[in-house]
Design a protein around this ligand. Structure first.
Ligand code: SF4
Ligand code: SF4
Length: 372
């Protein structure tokens, strides 16, 4: 019965979306693409009808992680049911190619390289179908041979997590001695493989800014440059990055949350990073400048941080390793083994999820709310 209701609602919402898109086309005639995009998001946000398509889809390919990072809760999710297989991944990629051809499919979640056969299958099949991909990895298993196979499939970018310039800092946060040396090897291997194979994939570094590594953050830029990375992204630490493992920690008790008395240090760090960004220094800093300027307020105001309007329901979703589609743990919790992705996007459950996102009270510095 639920399946019939979801399918029926999907047909109705898809119809509303098609009608709305036609009306928008008339209204936006002569507008610049940027203005047209803004209008589309505003109309979607106000009506709850998705007049947009996802730009980013993240997919968990592995049911485990080879690290137990102190700043992460995802590895604690050890629910073992039937994980995704090649058949499911093929269906997801076919659906994206047919319905969301401009989306980037990002392999992330726990550690995707832990399931190397499925990762390579997904990368290579997506390449055949013309679906753009990206990969987030902790770099633990990425040696030169692994790097060559990755860049051969030409993902748009491969992003490697590095949380300290100094080995001691990274190894502490990642809870594994020697992990810093492996990340350095991973970035260098990817850069060398990309150059020798003339691949277009970009090699990126991503770093979680927290109380422990605060002073190292400006220096991270020069360090990423010395490894040959093309871009660098700073992510503000989040209290619970799993979105489903309750209860949440408390800010005051969390070792990694930037403390009140350390906020002046953070303000100086942000100024240094902004100066590098404004000077156009390489690697490119991919954070939005407004997002960087908000870092001190984010850590100062905690649950009261005012983030603006979240557009995550109109441009993004995540596919959990067991196949459930979610946006930050708010729903719609429909499974790709049961429903095609485009039906999920237009379902009533997704409509309900978009309403819940409007009420989201999680302090958040994601990029999903910068348009409105
Ligand atoms: S942050 Fe990434 S690498 Fe670390 S435990 Fe979590 S999923 Fe694994
Ligand atoms: S504000 Fe949006 S992107 Fe941030 S946690 Fe809430 S739903 Fe997710």
């Amino acid at each position: 019965m639920k399946v019939l209701l979801e399918r029926g609602s999907s047909v109705a919402w898809r119809g509303a979306s098609t009608l709305g898109s036609s009306a928008l086309q008339v209204l936006s005639a002569g507008m610049s693409p940027e203005k047209e995009k803004l209008l589309r998001y505003k109309a979607s946000y106000l009506s709850g009808v998705a007049l947009t398509k996802p730009r980013g889809i993240s997919l968990e390919l592995s049911t485990a992680c080879n690290l137990h990072c102190k700043i992460c809760h995802q590895w604690k999710d050890n629910r073992e049911k039937q994980a995704l297989d090649e058949h499911d991944v093929k269906g997801i990629i076919d659906d994206i190619a047919a319905h969301f051809p401009h989306a980037v499919l990002e392999f992330s979640g726990q550690e995707p390289t832990m399931n190397a056969p499925l990762l390579f299958f997904a990368l290579e099949y997506a390449q055949q179908k013309g679906v753009q991909t990206a990969l987030n990895t902790n770099g633990m298993v990425v040696d030169r041979a692994f790097a060559e196979r990755l860049v051969a499939a030409e993902p748009h970018h491969i992003s490697v997590s590095l949380d300290g310039v100094h080995a001691q800092t990274h190894d502490y946060l990642r809870h594994m001695r020697g992990s810093h040396a492996k990340v350095v090897r991973a970035v260098q291997s990817l850069v060398a493989a990309k150059e020798s194979m003339r691949s277009r994939s970009a090699v990126a570094v991503t770093t979680v800014l927290c109380d422990t590594n605060l002073e190292e953050m400006p220096e991270m830029h020069a360090f990423a440059a010395s490894l040959g990375a093309e871009s660098l992204n700073y992510n503000a630490f989040v209290l619970d990055n799993s979105y489903f493992l309750a209860p949440r920690e408390r800010y005051e008790e969390c070792e990694f949350w930037v403390k009140e008395q350390r906020l002046p240090v953070l303000e100086g760090v942000v100024q240094d990073i902004l100066a590098l960004k404004e000077a156009g220094a390489r690697p490119a800093i991919t954070n939005d400048a407004r997002q960087l300027r908000n870092f001190p307020e984010y850590f100062r105001n905690k649950a009261n941080f005012s983030k603006g309007k979240c557009l995550a329901g109109y441009n993004y979703f995540h596919i959990h390793k067991l196949g459930d589609v979610t946006v930050c743990g708010k729903g719609p919790f429909l499974n790709v083994k049961q429903y095609p992705l485009h039906e999920i996007w237009h379902s009533y459950s997704y409509y309900r999820t978009r309403q819940l996102i409007k009420q989201c009270d999680v302090p958040c510095l994601n990029n999903c709310f910068t348009l409105l």
